[in-house]
Design a binder for this molecule. Structure first.
Ligand SMILES: [Zn+2]
Length: 176
């Protein structure tokens, strides 16, 4: 029976950390358990999974877990900062919003959220060409910065260049 004891299994929860990941899944990201629970999918369209690993590798997975939990927390913080930035957007003082956008973009920057912002603030942006120009300049900078994040390192440079070109065009289209 000792043999069975040594083959004890653990499970680590993996969520895909991005702007659409729900808070519940983010809260489990990196979590290690002795039973396969919670068992994804946790909801329709859930892309999480559980990875089984042997007790002998527990230390390695615990280190991963720390990093993963930090990443999930950073995504939650990024959303909060982005939301605050959008709320602070107005026709007169851009400095507060700019600083919040900058802090959010240090974690990640998503074109989809720019599209959302442009829809939400359609009237304000239509009336303020100066604000559109400031935002365009800022977002172009963020979009270029985005691909220097570690997670994009394994992606072929030609593909990055293609994404960058398309993304920059979209930003100019949205805020031109
Ligand atoms: Zn999920």
């Amino acid at each position: 029976m000792a043999l069975f004891g040594r083959s004890k299994k653990y499970y680590q929860f993996y969520a895909q950390v991005h702007f659409l990941t729900c808070e519940t899944c983010l809260s489990h990201h990196g979590e290690i358990s002795e039973a396969p629970h919670p068992q994804p999918p946790l909801h329709p369209d859930c892309r999480c999974h559980l990875l089984e690993f042997p007790a002998t590798e527990l230390e390695y997975y615990q280190e991963q877990s720390e990093r993963m939990k930090l990443r999930a927390q950073n995504e939650l913080l990024r959303r909060k900062l982005w939301r605050q930035a959008v709320e602070n957007l107005n026709g007169s003082d851009f400095s507060k919003a700019e600083e919040l956008f900058r802090q959010a973009a240090q974690v990640e920057f998503y074109l989809e959220e720019v599209e959302q912002l442009c829809a939400e603030k359609k009237e304000l942006l239509a009336q303020n060409p100066h604000l559109r120009a400031r935002l365009q300049k800022l977002f172009v900078k963020f979009y270029r910065m985005k691909f220097s994040l570690d997670k994009y390192r394994p992606i072929p440079p030609r593909l990055i260049l293609l994404w960058e070109t398309q993304g920059l065009e979209r930003i100019k289209e949205l805020l031109g």
